[in-house]
Ligand binder design. Structure first.
Ligand code: FEO
Length: 169
C-alpha cells in the first residue's frame, strides 16, 4: 500500500514525465525546421523514453494497490533561440526531474515505504545517465555549432539513436 501523499506525488510524476515528452517533441520540431533531422530524431527518441518512464510509474501505482489519476499536461515552450539554448534547456529540465524524483524518494524513505524506495532507485540511476548524456551533448553542440561540417557529423551521429528498452529492471 502507499499513502495518499506518495500516491499523489507519483501521479504528479506521471504528468511530469509526459510533460517532458511534450517538451522534447517541441525541441525535435524546432530541429526539423533547421533541417537537422538527426538531432530531431534524438529528441523524438527521448520523448518516447519519457513516455516509457510515465508507463513505468503507472504500472507501479497499480501494482502497489494505488489509483492512477491522469492529469492535464501543459503545452511546452517553443520559443527556442538556437540549438545551444535547446540543449541547455534539456539539461536544466533533467535536473528538475531529478529533484522531483529525489523528493518522492525522500518522502517514501521518511514514511518507511521501502517498496517505493526500491522502485525509485531505478529512476535515480536513470537520472544520472540522463543528466550525463544531456551534459555531454551540450558540450558537443557548443563545439560544433559554428562549423557546418562538424554540425553535419553531429547530426548524423544523433540520427543513429534508436529507442531501447531502458525501463527493464
Ligand atoms: Fe524521465 Fe528524462 O527523465
Amino acid at each position: 500500500m502507499i499513502s495518499e501523499k506518495i500516491e499523489k506525488l507519483l501521479n504528479e510524476q506521471i504528468a511530469k514525465e509526459q510533460y517532458a515528452a511534450q517538451y522534447y517533441l517541441a525541441m525535435a520540431a524546432w530541429f526539423y525546421t533547421q533541417d537537422l533531422d538527426g538531432i530531431a530524431n534524438y529528441f523524438r527518441v527521448q520523448a518516447k523514453e519519457e513516455l516509457a518512464h510515465a508507463d513505468k510509474i503507472f504500472d507501479f501505482i497499480n501494482n502497489i494497490g494505488g489509483t492512477v489519476i491522469m492529469s492535464k499536461v501543459d503545452a511546452p515552450p517553443h520559443d527556442f533561440k538556437d540549438a545551444v539554448d535547446i540543449f541547455e534547456r534539456a539539461l536544466a529540465h533533467e535536473k528538475e526531474v531529478t529533484k522531483s524524483i529525489f523528493n518522492i524518494y525522500k518522502t517514501a524513505n521518511d514514511e518507511e515505504n521501502y517498496a517505493t524506495v526500491s522502485f525509485l532507485q531505478w529512476f535515480i540511476n536513470e537520472q544520472v545517465e540522463e543528466e550525463a548524456s544531456a551534459s555531454q551533448l551540450l558540450v558537443k553542440i557548443k563545439m560544433v555549432k559554428d562549423n557546418n561540417s562538424a554540425l553535419f557529423l553531429f547530426d548524423q551521429e544523433l540520427a543513429q539513436r534508436k529507442l531501447q528498452d531502458t525501463t527493464a529492471e
